[in-house]
Design a protein around this ligand. Structure first.
Ligand code: 2HG
Ligand code: ZN
Length: 464
């Protein structure tokens, strides 16, 4: 659209909001039209970068009048295509709405504009002697609004839960342009449907989260990080149980030798002289009692042959080095345009699911590198299939989708989810029915019809 005739709909918007930054610059269309899934060619109509809630409301009203679809946009670090604009949508970026609005020491809340990066919110909490505990590798680039839209999880869900647990209140501009203040930071509020929780994980399909009040908590204790080497997949859940029963764990993450190989090729330091098939990164308080329990758990696992080696961080720098082995995986794989799976099952179902999924993927993907890692302590696995250099993206994705269908029915049989924390977006849409019943999906459609009657909010994402 940028190099063709000016769009009269955009002229109307410009007239209505003369102060709005609205761009059709080709480089910006490309930049704002995609997320970290590199599968779709960005083709937005334009990019709007409002600076106030009033502007957001006015844009939504204009979009309803003109029949223009809106893609809400945060840091676009998503991995499910939820923030992709490939069909002439207006991208509404919250990038210029990224301030801290207020802090309340009594309520222990930090109120922010939704475009604030996660790390900036974490830093602001720390400045007040408190913690916003949701955390993951994309912290510097992702935004709180995006975290809310996907109910982001990350590396400390085991200890603190998902984003949902930390949203005291939020302000939503609905698809019809209404402003809803949801939750109001009340600890107790039993006054009907909690619409705040409908907005969380709605992937921008109901409206645009413009502000949020984040719950804060006590800062974490000083911690130790331990890296364990394991001989087998089957050992993982037993090692988890051995550590969890003795310690309050802050994190329990795993990855395979293949994941480690890629992170090392990307510049990280090898943790052990030998190569082991599986690794776990776990974190716990560094007080004497916890350290003693961790060593006891380690020795017990060694005796039982569940663990073959281990190292504990002696300093913050070493802890960061160990974390890098886990947190650097996504970046180290990016050049292979991986097909990503983000699946979950109940912990009790994990051993049986793991065995089945492993043999399924070994059988169906003999020709591809399959990299397993993730938040095993939450029952959440990331399985990345790497595209061989010579293979066309389309053929690769088609093959992966064939296998994902099989994986989705395995998940269904074990009562699991096709998206644990990345969202459904465009990528997982064909498999939604394996995780949610027809009646549930019909209820979701009904809710969308009320809050977004003209269907302008992120159409085509989550469901059609
Ligand atoms: C992580 O846990 C992220 O590192 C990304 O959720 C997972 O790249 C992935 O598949
Ligand atoms: Zn993850």
């Amino acid at each position: 659209m940028s190099d063709s005739a000016p769009d009269p709909r955009l002229d109307t918007l410009r007239r209505q909001l003369p102060g709005l930054r609205l761009t059709t610059d080709p480089a910006e269309l490309e930049h704002y039209g995609r997320d970290w899934t590199r599968r779709w060619v960005p083709a937005p109509l334009a990019i709007a970068l409002p600076t106030s809630v009033d502007e957001v409301q006015a844009i939504v009203r204009w979009a309803n009048a003109e029949g223009v679809a809106i893609v809400p946009s945060g840091g676009r670090t998503g991995l499910s295509g939820g923030a992709v604009a490939a069909s002439g949508e207006l991208v509404l970026s919250l990038e210029r709405m990224s301030k801290v609005i207020g802090f309340d020491a009594v309520d222990r809340t930090l109120t922010v504009q939704a475009g604030i990066p996660l790390q900036a919110a974490q830093d602001a909490a720390r400045e007040h002697g408190l913690q916003y505990p949701v955390d993951f590798a994309a912290r510097g680039s992702c935004s709180i609004g995006g975290n809310i839209a996907t109910n982001a999880g990350g590396i400390r869900v085991l200890r603190y839960g998902n984003t949902r647990e930390w949203i005291a209140g939020l302000t939503l501009v609905t698809g019809s342009g209404e402003l809803l203040e949801l939750g109001r930071s009340l600890v107790k509020n039993s006054s009907g449907y909690d619409l705040r929780h409908l907005a969380i994980a709605s992937e921008g399909t109901l409206g645009i989260v413009v502000e949020a009040s984040l719950k804060l908590t006590d800062p974490p204790p000083p911690t130790n990080v331990m890296l364990l080497a394991l001989p087998s997949f089957e050992a993982l859940m037993q090692v988890f149980e051995a550590f969890r029963s003795r310690l309050q764990l802050q994190a329990f993450e795993f990855f395979t030798d293949l994941a480690l190989k890629h992170v090392l090729a990307h510049g990280a330091q090898a943790p052990f002289a030998e190569v082991h098939p599986f690794y776990v990164v776990t974190e716990f308080a560094s007080d004497e009692a916890s350290e003693a329990e961790a060593l006891a758990a380690f020795e017990q696992c060694m005796e039982q042959g569940l663990v073959s080696d281990g190292v504990i961080s002696g300093s913050d720098a070493q802890a960061a080095q160990l974390w890098r082995l886990r947190e650097g995986i996504t970046e180290s794989l990016a050049r292979y345009v991986p097909y990503k799976n983000d699946v979950s099952v109940r912990l009790s179902a994990m051993p049986a699911f793991l065995a089945e999924a492993q043999s399924l993927l070994a059988k169906e993907y003999p020709q591809f590198e399959v990299v397993w890692f993730g938040h095993i302590g939450d029952g959440n696995l990331h399985i990345n299939i790497l595209k061989p250099d010579g293979l066309a993206l389309e053929a690769f994705v088609a093959d992966c989708e064939r296998v994902t269908k099989l994986l989705a029915s395995t998940l269904q049989a074990h009562g699991g989810s096709i998206s644990a924390e990345h969202g459904i977006g465009l990528v997982k849409k064909p498999y939604l029915g394996c995780t949610r019943s027809d009646a549930e999906i019909a209820a979701m459609r009904g809710i969308k019809a009320v809050l977004d009657p003209n269907g302008i909010m992120n159409p085509g994402k989550l469901f059609d």
